[in-house]
Design a binder for this molecule. Sequence first.
Ligand code: MG
Length: 172
Amino acid sequence: MRKNRSRNRIDEKMKMRVGIGYDVHRLVANRKLVLGGVEISYHLGLLGHSDADVLTHAIIDAILGAAALGDIGTHFPDTDARYKDMDSLIFLREVAAKIRQVGYRIKNVDSTVIAQRPKLAPHIPHMRTTLAETLDISVAQIGIKATTSEGLGIVGEGKAIVAQAVACLCDL
Ligand code: MG
């Protein structure tokens, strides 16, 4: 009994939580391409109700998921006209505030963007500083990798961009 109690106490003290996020958006003409809050020069952009920043959306879902607070759609529904063409960094900043309200802070975020084109590596440093500033964390706490899908599937055909993220939260 005593042993169980002490174990529970440790669990309470170390509220470490992990969340996963995934998103995909279609690439179309006449839209801006925004990834990780950074506008990237390309002849196509991502289609969506907001700015369709697929990387920021995956990170939002990872953070919300870690706190078991639902997903981006429950907090910012795409049926709400207020969010039309919205800068997704505004959602991200709100989500960071929400998790602080329930007693968590971000330990780290890691992510992967899967895009056949354009080449994303040159933009990653700017994405990291943008996202770190928005989340009020250091650049060292946010990882972004980019890969292609080797020409396979909707990403390989240049029809979509996919992003995946994980977030680790701990007590404030
Ligand atoms: Mg999305």
